[in-house]
Write a protein that binds this ligand. Structure first.
Ligand code: ADP
Ligand code: MG
Length: 261
């Protein structure tokens, strides 16, 4: 699996009279892990929906690998994770992980033959990768929030996506679970090398995980900061260099008129 490059070219998104995003210009390298941080309502989820091709920009364009996102979407190359894992309650963990493969098989036999990924990883192997193999036969409601997100992660791996769109997937988890899942997510990212767009409210988490942090101003969302993070992993939250990046990002967001992040 190889990450796809993501481009927003002068993207503006309006909903009626409301301008959600204004003139967003952003190029993301293939395989990068980019965090998007900004206050509530600044257009973070809208940006992900544009990248997924679920929305077409009011002006400008979003491109994946130089092509409209709908193409990658049709090839089932886009993974999505949200705050709530959306597992099917009547299916076991293993059956949930199998679901996207089954759907792909029914709809697009050709895609599955083209994908090296699906041939190499069985659902049980994926469950081992996310530390959930022992719970393969459990039903989602019997799992903790963190374990449910692990299952959702395995399901996303099952489609072999080259783009992971992650809309605050750890926001509902406690801090310790969040930190350990973050570390595991990074290991999976290194192994599979997708491009990741990671939306978070949690600035320290963005510094801990990503290569680059994009800051959005309050509505209408405009890019007000673009901060590379070159610190080696695993990152130490207490290190002066870590704190420097955090301070820099925070001061930009505060200058934009919100202390809420
Ligand atoms: P965030 O994820 O940063 O909290 P969103 O992208 O969800 O922000 O929303 C940005 C703004 O656009 C908000 O004011 C929201 O109410 C508005 N918005 C989002 N989607 C729609 C829609 N489909 N119709 C109307 N307004 C929308
Ligand atoms: Mg949102």
């Amino acid at each position: 699996m190889n990450g796809v490059d993501v481009q927003f070219r002068n993207v503006t998104q309006v909903f009626g009279a409301l301008v959600a995003l204004r003139e967003v210009e952003l190029a993301v390298q293939p395989g990068a892990f980019v965090s998007i941080v900004g206050p509530s309502g600044c257009g973070k989820s809208t940006l992900l929906r544009l990248a997924a091709g679920l929305l077409t920009p009011s002006a400008g364009e979003a491109l994946l690998g130089g092509r409209p996102p709908q193409q990658l979407r049709a090839q089932k190359q886009i993974g999505w994770m949200a705050q709530r894992p959306a597992l099917l309650p009547w299916r076991t963990v293993r059956q949930n992980v199998l679901l996207p493969q089954q759907l792909t098989m029914n709809n697009e036999q050709l895609t599955i033959n083209d994908s090296q990924f699906i041939i190499h990883y069985s659902p049980d192997e994926l469950l081992k990768l996310v530390g959930l193999f022992e719970f393969a036969d459990a039903y989602p409601h019997t799992l903790s929030g963190g374990m449910q997100q692990r299952a959702a992660l395995a399901r996303m791996l099952a489609i072999g996506a080259s783009l992971w769109l992650m809309d605050e997937p750890f926001a509902a988890l406690d801090e310790l679970t969040r930190e350990s899942l973050g570390g595991e997510l990074l290991a999976l990212w290194r192994q599979f090398r997708p491009t990741v767009l990671w939306v978070t409210h949690h600035l320290a988490e963005a510094v801990r995980l990503s290569d680059r942090i994009i800051l959005l101003s309050p509505r209408p969302g405009m890019i007000c900061g673009d901060i590379p993070v070159t610190l080696p992993h695993p990152r130490d939250d207490t290190a002066p260099a870590f704190q420097d990046v955090l301070r820099r990002a925070r001061s930009i967001l505060q200058a934009e008129g919100n202390g809420r992040v």
